[in-house]
Write a protein that binds this ligand. Sequence first.
Ligand SMILES: CC(C)(COP(=O)(O)OP(=O)(O)OC[C@H]1O[C@@H](n2cnc3c(N)ncnc32)[C@H](O)[C@@H]1OP(=O)(O)O)[C@@H](O)C(=O)NCCC(=O)NCCS
Length: 202
Amino acid sequence: MALGGIVKGKKTTLRTPVEGDLAAYNRWMADLRVRHLTKPWHEPAMPATWKEHLKSQTKDKDSILWSIDADGALVGLIRFEFGWGDHSWGWVNQLIVEPDLWRKGHGGDAAVALHRFLFDYLDLRRLNATIRSDAAGALALARRLGYVEFARGHEVHYRDGGYSDELWMLLERPTWEERFAGEREYAPLGAVAAPARSKGGG
Ligand SMILES: CC(C)(COP(=O)(O)OP(=O)(O)OC[C@H]1O[C@@H](n2cnc3c(N)ncnc32)[C@H](O)[C@@H]1OP(=O)(O)O)[C@@H](O)C(=O)NCCC(=O)NCCS
């Protein structure tokens, strides 16, 4: 997969990343508001290094990277990783929205579009996420999608003079289908009638 194609949400669109996006990626990875809540995809670096990262991502068959657009402008990125040796499950490795645009619904819309693609189109069976206990936005998003906590690392991350936990969360396909039953973007596999065979065809 490596680089994702177009996946449309209601107010955001996931699209193939291009070199012109890399300056914003670099800025987000350096932004303390982002670094406070999640592990950066890569450390801030020179443009040539970012081009190398994008080139490597292009060759990575076990993950997918998208840029997120809204109102015709770049507003974030998503990176998804498939399970090791098993592409029937995976986890959201990165979901970052431009910090100046937080709480306008971009993250939620992009996350629903992504999960539609993963469950309804790629037919995955379950997704994991690890979220820090003080990442209020990410937790609200995950819970709205139906993720439930199944394990917890205690006092994993230290900052601001104290520790925060790390929540391990799981979303199984039946939960997704129950919650978003009426909102399918892609027909279920097998629901599309096979084209009629011509007489004598083999
Ligand atoms: C998580 C993130 C992508 C959310 O993006 P966003 O565009 O602000 O998301 P939305 O505006 O769609 O808000 C999503 C939900 O989070 C809630 N939320 C967002 N920020 C919040 C905050 N600081 N405190 C409490 N709730 C918050 C919103 O109210 C909304 O809840 P709802 O679905 O119940 O209405 C963004 O905060 C971000 O980039 N964070 C840094 C990286 C990160 O933590 N990524 C997740 C790692 S998996």
